[in-house]
Ligand binder design. Structure first.
Ligand SMILES: [Mg+2]
Length: 223
């Protein structure tokens, strides 16, 4: 709750809450409390990581809809397109999905089934940087991705229409900022796209070397 308030105060326009791993009523109470805390100031997104089944998901969707949650992400396992389609049709709650989809055909299948209102392409998994883009709202999926992943997603977001939000973990990411000579990090809730050559990022080679196995580091240093 305090973290959600802090993020909104820092300028983040949306807060995403994870559920599906603990006691359901406790988790829903947490979502309600965060909803009450950020309502009118930030959007509230909920990610269930595919935790529910056909029975339990309807109850959760109803509760989240009552809390004015903006999107319900991965309510069912990623392959359950029929289930997501039924959910999307039954509730006035945006269904978000597609973070595990690979290639434009999987995204097209998800969308033609009506299984997602918002797609979440992961540029390192989608089979190509723009494979997940269609004429629907989309948000980046980067989670704890590397700074290369984040930079590539930022360029895609800046270059495309229908872009909704850039995912940013609230926990420190050792493969993100710390690897770079110039940090790539949101300020006031805004991520500035790096404008140098290529993806616009440069590595701190000493820090990068520290992530490698010592024998690999010696080989790279000698090459
Ligand atoms: Mg997710």
């Amino acid at each position: 709750m305090d973290l959600a308030r802090d993020l909104v105060a820092a300028g983040y326009p949306a807060v995403k809450v994870s559920i599906g791993r603990g006691d359901l009523e406790d988790e829903l109470a947490t979502v309600q409390a965060i909803s009450d805390a950020v309502r009118g100031e930030a959007r509230l997104l909920v990610d269930a990581h595919g935790a529910y089944n056909a029975d339990s998901v309807r109850y959760v969707a109803r509760r989240l809809q009552d809390m004015s949650v903006d999107w319900f992400e991965d309510p069912l396992p990623p392959g359950d397109l029929d289930g997501c389609s039924r959910l999307a049709a039954a509730f006035d709650l945006a269904i978000a999905g597609g973070e595990t989809d690979c290639t434009r055909w999987q995204f097209a299948k998800r969308l033609s089934a009506g299984a997602a209102d918002v797609v979440l392409p992961d540029v390192c998994r989608a089979g190509g940087i723009s494979e997940g883009l269609h004429n629907v709202r989309w948000a980046t999926r980067v989670s704890m991705g590397s700074s290369v992943h984040i930079a590539a997603a930022a360029h895609l977001a800046a270059a495309s229409s229908n872009f909704l939000a850039f995912e940013w973990p609230s926990t420190p990411n050792p493969l993100g900022d710390p690897l770079l000579t110039v940090p790539l990090h949101p300020v006031g809730g805004i991520l500035t796209v790096p404008d140098g050559p290529g993806l616009g990022i440069a590595f701190d080679e000493e820090v990068l070397r520290a992530h490698l196995d010592p024998e690999d580091a010696v080989r790279i240093g000698a090459s």
